[in-house]
Design a protein around this ligand. Structure first.
Ligand SMILES: CC(C)(COP(=O)(O)OP(=O)(O)OC[C@H]1O[C@@H](n2cnc3c(N)ncnc32)[C@H](O)[C@@H]1OP(=O)(O)O)[C@@H](O)C(=O)NCCC(=O)NCCS
Length: 272
């Protein structure tokens, strides 16, 4: 994987935002906000977000009424904080790419809940995934994109999950592996499938066993086949992600011939 671009490490947090009026907050943003790295038409930028920002109130001040309502449905404070931090940072990132006030962004969701920017003629596409301490955001221009990250953990029932949700090809590939490679391969398969359905935006309405991804160690990430269209597989690119030790992920893009740049927030190295 390429090294993260050291020219853009940190989006400064507008620390004094909390409690200030809208106008003052805008001025604070203008003063402290760095521009996003240039996103070329053939690039995907993958961001790894770690550690909650200390100032959750500043993040909350960026969110819409609807986002705050969603956040308030979490019963546990750490889940509220996590939601607010992730959605606040998502707004900051997207606002930086669009060179606009992050609070002015309007999101819409499709019938299956996939969010997109509603701004007319907006070419920026994004997708977000969270697992324990890691959140990832992928952005690109004018292509369907999906990202999934999972903490690799013991799953005692992985065989029954795989046999109910994975395709015959995937189950055969998993069964052929030595036991110690089963769990990493299970999560590789899971995240590749999930990133694909997230890019498609269809949620679980797309049967998970109706398409197959590569899973074997060392096999290039790929969409091997789709029941509904033999031409679908070759249109897609999948990438393997390891944003942190103990985490695995996948990026799916309906496009070929693109490059990926990796960024970390806050400043840190990402090793994939
Ligand atoms: C909702 C779903 C899209 C992803 O769920 P998930 O893996 O639990 O969650 P992730 O953290 O990766 O992604 C959630 C984010 O994806 C985005 N999202 C929501 N619905 C989406 C959809 N239909 N398509 C793409 N992205 C979606 C949102 O930004 C969401 O973040 P938010 O909840 O903070 O707003 C859906 O695929 C799902 O319910 N999956 C269930 C998991 C499963 O059974 N997987 C089987 C793997 S083989």
């Amino acid at each position: 994987m390429s090294k993260p671009d050291s020219s853009f490490h940190v989006l400064s947090w507008p620390k004094t935002l909390a409690g200030e009026g809208h106008e003052a907050a805008s001025r604070q943003h203008a003063a402290s906000f760095r521009p996003a790295p240039h996103l070329a038409a053939d690039q995907v930028h993958v961001w790894t977000l770690k550690d909650y920002p200390a100032d959750i109130a500043a993040c909350a001040s960026l969110l819409s009424r609807e986002e705050l309502d969603r956040a308030s449905r979490f019963r546990f404070p750490h889940l509220f904080d996590r939601f607010v931090a992730d959605h606040g940072r998502l707004r900051l990132l997207l606002g930086a790419y669009l060179e606009t006030d992050p609070r002015s962004l309007v999101f819409a969701v499709n019938a299956f809940g996939k969010p997109r920017l509603e701004k007319p003629h907006c070419h920026l596409r994004f997708n977000m995934s969270h697992s324990l301490a890691v959140t990832m955001v992928a952005v690109c221009l004018d292509a369907e994109i999906g990202i999934d990250v999972e903490a690799v953990r013991p799953v005692t029932e992985w065989v029954s999950i795989a046999s109910s949700h994975f395709s015959a090809i995937e189950n055969e590939a998993l069964a052929a592996l030595p036991e110690e490679e089963s769990i990493p391969a299970f999560f590789r398969c899971w995240t590749r499938k999930e990133s694909f359905i997230k890019a498609k935006g269809t949620g679980l309405s797309l049967p998970l066993h109706s398409f197959s991804v590569s899973t074997a160690p060392g096999a290039p990430p790929a969409l091997l086949h789709c029941d509904w269209d033999t031409h679908e597989g070759p249109r897609w690119s999948l990438s393997h992600l390891e944003p942190e030790p103990g985490y695995v992920g996948s990026l799916a893009l309906e496009r070929k011939g693109w490059s990926t740049l990796y960024f970390a927030w806050p400043e840190s190295e990402v090793t994939l």
